[in-house]
Ligand binder design. Structure first.
Ligand SMILES: Nc1ncnc2c1ncn2[C@@H]1O[C@H](COP(=O)(O)OP(=O)(O)OP(=O)(O)O)[C@@H](O)[C@H]1O
Length: 578
C-alpha cells in the first residue's frame, strides 16, 4: 500500500482529531513521572541515606507518591482517549466498508467470497482498532521515556552510558529482522481465517441440507482441517513474535551485567556515588521496557498493515455494475415495456459458450409472458438482466424504450418486482418482511397483498398473525409459504414489471391457480414475466418463450407452440401424459 492510498484513510481520523491529540498528551505526564522517579531515588540514596537526613527522605518520598498519583491520572486519561479514538475510527471505517460492499455486484461478491468479507468487516477492523489504541498510548510515552532515560543515563554516568551506544542498535536490528519475518506470516494467518469463516458460514446457512444428507462428519473434517490450518499459521506467526521479548531481555540483561561490573568498579574507585548506579540500572530497565513496547507496537502495526491492505482491496475494488454513467437518472419505469435486442451474456468472460446467446423479443406494456425450457438453459439469467443484476455483454435490454443502463439503479429496481427462485425472508415479524415492498403500507394493504398471494389464511393461523416472528432466512415457514410471502412482498411494491422466477414451484397447482387469478385482478396493466418448468403455470400467457441452451428457439401462444414447436409439444406431452 502506497502513501497515496493511505492518505484517504485520514478522513476516518479527522473527526476524532481531538482524541488523537489528547490521548498522547496525557501520556506525557507518565513520561515525566517515569523519568523523575529514578532521579529522586538517586537523590534519596546519595543525599538522604548518605547524610542520615530522615526529613529529606520523607519529603522526597512524598514527592514521589504525588508524582505516582499524577502518573496514574495521566495513564487512565491516555488510555481513555486512545480507546475513544480507536473505537470511533474503527466504527466509521467498518461502516464505510459495509456501504461499499452494499454497492457490490454479484460478481464482486463472488470474487471476494462472503466469508472473507465477514473477516474483513470484523477481525481486520479490530486489528486496526488495537493498533490505533496501542500506538496512541505509546507514541509519545515510549520514545519519550527512551530519550529521557538515555539522557538521564548520560547524566548519571557518561562512562556507563557508552554500553547503551552498543546495545540499542543491536536491539533495533533484532526488531527489524523479526518484523520482516512476521509480516507475510500475519498476512497468511488472515487468509486462513477467511477460509475458516467461509466454511462456518456455508455450514450454518446450509445446516438443514447437511443434516438431511448426513454430511455432518464430512463437514466436521473440513472444519477441522481449516481450523488446524489457522492454528498452524497462527503458531507460525506467533513464533516470530514470542522470540522478541526473550531476545530483548537477554540483550538488556547482558548489558545490565556489564553495567554492574563496570559501575561496581567505578564505585569502589570512588568515581561514582552508589545512588547513581541504582538510578542508572533503573533507567536501563526503562530503556528495555520502552524498546519492548515500541517493538510490540511495530509488530502489531505489521499485523494491522496486513489487515488494512485487505480492507483497502475491498475499498479499491472496481464495482462492475453502477449507475454512475446513467444519462437518465430521474427517469422512472412508467409503462413496463420490455425489449431484448440481440443480447449476449456469459458469467465468465473467458468462457467460450454464451449463457444467453442472441436473445431478442419485445414484450409490450401490460402483456404476460411465460418462459419455459430445460434446466440450466438460461431462464433465470435472462430475467436477472431486466433488473440489472448483471449487465449484458453485448446487445441491449430496454425498458420503456430506454436502455436499463441509463436508469438509476434505484428507479429501475423500484419499477421491477422480482420473486426469485431462492428468495429469502429476514428475521423479524411477517408484517415487517412484507413492508420491504412498501415501507408505508397499511395493515389493510398488507392483508390484501397477502390475500392475493394466498398467504392470508396461513398467516392468520399463526397465534400472532402478521406479528408472528420469522426465524433467520424465514426458516420457520414451509417452502410454499415462504414463496407466497415473497409474492405478497413483491405485490406491495406495485411494480410495473413483475418477474416470477419459478416462484410457485413449491405451491400446489390449485393454490397456484388462485394466485394467478388474484394477480390478474390486482396487477391489471402490469407486465408479468413468469419463469416455470410447469406448462400449467405459463400456458395462459400472451406469449411464451421456449428456451434451449441459452437461445430462444421459439415464441408464440400456447396453441401456436403446440402446433409448431417440437420441444414445447414434447414438454406438454410429458406433463399431461398425453
Ligand atoms: N452466478 C453464476 N455464476 C456462474 N454461472 C452461473 C451462475 N448462475 C447460473 N450460472 C450458469 O448459467 C447457466 C444458466 O443458469 P440459469 O440459472 O439462468 O438457468 P435456468 O434456466 O434458470 O435453470 P433452472 O431452471 O434450473 O433454474 C447454467 O449453466 C448455470 O450453471
Amino acid at each position: 500500500m502506497g502513501g497515496g492510498s493511505l492518505k484517504k484513510y485520514v478522513q476516518y481520523i479527522k473527526p476524532y482529531a481531538a482524541y488523537y491529540f489528547t490521548g498522547p498528551l496525557f501520556m506525557i505526564v507518565e513520561v515525566v513521572g517515569d523519568i523523575m522517579l529514578p532521579w529522586l531515588l538517586a537523590r534519596i540514596i546519595n543525599v538522604g541515606v548518605m547524610n542520615h537526613d530522615i526529613g529529606y527522605i520523607v519529603r522526597t518520598g512524598i514527592m514521589m507518591v504525588i508524582i505516582a498519583v499524577f502518573m496514574a491520572v495521566g495513564g487512565v486519561g491516555g488510555a481513555f482517549f486512545a480507546a475513544r479514538a480507536a473505537m470511533n475510527t474503527g466504527t466509521d471505517l467498518r461502516m464505510a466498508l459495509f456501504e461499499k460492499i452494499q454497492k457490490f455486484s454479484f460478481k464482486n461478491i463472488d470474487d471476494f467470497s462472503t466469508g472473507s468479507l465477514v473477516t474483513r468487516l470484523t477481525n481486520d477492523i479490530t486489528q486496526i482498532q488495537n493498533m490505533i489504541m496501542q500506538t496512541l498510548r505509546t507514541c509519545l510515552r515510549s520514545p519519550g521515556i527512551l530519550i529521557g532515560a538515555v539522557i538521564m543515563a548520560f547524566v548519571m554516568s557518561p562512562g556507563l552510558a557508552m554500553i547503551l551506544i552498543v546495545v540499542i542498535p543491536v536491539i533495533v536490528c533484532v526488531v527489524a529482522v523479526i518484523m520482516k519475518l512476521a509480516f507475510p506470516r500475519f498476512d497468511r494467518m488472515q487468509t486462513k481465517l477467511d477460509n475458516l469463516n467461509s466454511c462456518i458460514q456455508e455450514m450454518l446457512v446450509n445446516i438443514r441440507v447437511i443434516k438431511s444428507f448426513v454430511r455432518g462428519e464430512y463437514e466436521e473434517a473440513k472444519f477441522d482441517s481449516r481450523n488446524e490450518q489457522l492454528c498452524e499459521s497462527t503458531v507460525r506467526a506467533m513464533r516470530t513474535v514470542i522470540v522478541m521479548a526473550p531476545a530483548m531481555a537477554l540483550i538488556m540483561n547482558m548489558a545490565i551485567v556489564a553495567v554492574m561490573w563496570k559501575g561496581g568498579n567505578m564505585i569502589i574507585a570512588g568515581h561514582m556515588p552508589v545512588g547513581n548506579l541504582t538510578a542508572f540500572i533503573n533507567y536501563m530497565t526503562q530503556i528495555l521496557s520502552s524498546l519492548t513496547m515500541l517493538s510490540m507496537v511495530f509488530l502489531n502495526s505489521t499485523r494491522a498493515v496486513a489487515s488494512l491492505k485487505r480492507i483497502d482491496e475491498v475499498m479499491q475494488a472496481d464495482i462492475d455494475l453502477t449507475d454512475d454513467a446513467a444519462a437518465m437518472k430521474d427517469k422512472k419505469v412508467l409503462c413496463g415495456d420490455v425489449e431484448f435486442k440481440n443480447v449476449f451474456f456469459r458469467y465468465y468472460k473467458n468462457s467460450e459458450e454464451w449463457v444467453l446467446d442472441n436473445i431478442s423479443f419485445h414484450l409490450k406494456s401490460g402483456q404476460k409472458m411465460g418462459i419455459i425450457g430445460s434446466t440450466g438453459c438460461g431462464k433465470s439469467t435472462l430475467v436477472s438482466l431486466i433488473a440489472r443484476l448483471y449487465d449484458a455483454d453485448s446487445g441491449s435490454v430496454l425498458i420503456d424504450g430506454t436502455d436499463v443502463r441509463e436508469y438509476s439503479l434505484k428507479n429501475l429496481r423500484d419499477g421491477v418486482g422480482m420473486v426469485l427462485q431462492n428468495n429469502v425472508l429476514f428475521s423479524g415479524d411477517i408484517a415487517d418482511n412484507l413492508r420491504w415492498g412498501d415501507a408505508d403500507a397499511t395493515d389493510e394493504q398488507i392483508r390484501q397483498a397477502a390475500s392475493a398471494a394466498q398467504a392470508d389464511e396461513f398467516v392468520n393461523d399463526f397465534a400472532d398473525g402478521y406479528a408472528a416472528q420469522l426465524g433467520q432466512g424465514g426458516c420457520n415457514v414451509s417452502g410454499g409459504q415462504k414463496q407466497r410471502l415473497c409474492i405478497a412482498r413483491a405485490l406491495l411494491k406495485k411494480p410495473k414489471i413483475l418477474i416470477l422466477d419459478d416462484s410457485t414451484s413449491a405451491v400446489d397447482t390449485a393454490t397456484e391457480r388462485k394466485i394467478n387469478a388474484a394477480l390478474e385482478e390486482q396487477l391489471a396493466g402490469c407486465t408479468t414475466i413468469t419463469v416455470s418448468q410447469r406448462i400449467s403455470s405459463i400456458m395462459h400467457a400472451d406469449v411464451i418463450l421456449v428456451m434451449d441452451n441459452g437461445r430462444v428457439i421459439d415464441m408464440g401462444t400456447h396453441e401456436q407452440l403446440l402446433a409448431g414447436c417440437t420441444l414445447y409439444r414434447e414438454i406438454y406431452d410429458l406433463q399431461t401424459n398425453s
